[in-house]
Ligand binder design. Structure first.
Ligand SMILES: Cc1cc2nc3c(=O)[nH]c(=O)nc-3n(C[C@H](O)[C@H](O)[C@H](O)COP(=O)(O)O)c2cc1C
Length: 204
């Protein structure tokens, strides 16, 4: 079933139904929608490891404070941001090359991305985390749209996961997202209140 009020529907589901699978084609449908997320220069500096086997789930849980939802949910995604994704080694640049009439325009765009995102460790982290963070949100709303529950996690051992799953140099674990279906025996608590417009917006 599709839900259109995805803002209301999405919750951080803490208890997943161990017996409800998320078939690979359902996961693919979520990701196919989610990749419509925006990214700087459309560079999409992100990768995902979908953790599905019992062995890999245990390894992930061991590096995520033992969070039970990783063991119960049919799939948990490791969202990875590429700190070097502004670089020419990113295959998206090949597609982008076609947009430019002149080689000079293409080179200027590559140079601009490099100076905006590649000139300090802070900029590299910001580039990886902000773009992959938008993909993460897009995955959770795509899941909600397709009637699938989700749970984001950053209370995890980022370096431990990086080592355990052989995530390469220049890449960073951004967060985990468990996907599946809520355990009917553990209904959600009421949603906690949100800070509202007057508290968070300053008009100037
Ligand atoms: C980046 C991020 C990291 C989070 N990490 C954890 C976590 O490690 N463990 C956990 O139980 N919940 C985690 N949460 C879930 C939040 O506690 C939850 O989203 C928040 O309380 C609001 O509830 P709602 O999503 O149901 O509206 C995380 C949420 C976000 C966005």
């Amino acid at each position: 079933m599709r839900h259109t009020n995805i803002f209301e529907e999405r919750r951080a589901v803490r208890f997943f139904d161990k017996n409800a699978d998320l078939p690979p084609e359902r996961l693919k449908a979520i990701i196919d929608l989610a990749v419509l997320a925006p990214s700087a220069f459309n560079l999409q500096p992100w990768e995902i490891i979908a953790v599905r086997s019992a062995e890999a789930k245990q390894l992930l849980a061991d590096n995520a404070g033992g969070q039970q939802k990783i063991l119960d949910a049919p799939v948990t995604l490791i969202l990875i941001g590429n700190r070097e994704g502004y670089d020419l080694s990113n295959p998206v640049w090949e597609e982008a090359r076609g947009i430019f009439k002149e080689e000079a325009g293409f080179n200027a765009a590559v140079q601009s991305a490099r100076s905006l995102y590649g000139t300090s460790p802070e900029r590299k982290i910001k580039f990886a985390e902000s773009n992959a963070g938008l993909l993460a949100m897009s995955i959770m709303y795509a899941a909600a749209y397709l009637g699938v529950d989700s749970h984001p996690m950053s209370g995890i051992d980022f370096d431990g996961i990086k080592k355990a799953f052989n995530i390469g140099e220049g890449k960073a674990v951004v967060m985990l997202i468990s996907l599946g279906y809520i355990d009917p025996d553990h209904p959600l608590a009421l949603r906690r209140p949100r800070r509202q417009y007057d508290d968070i917006v300053t008009e100037v």
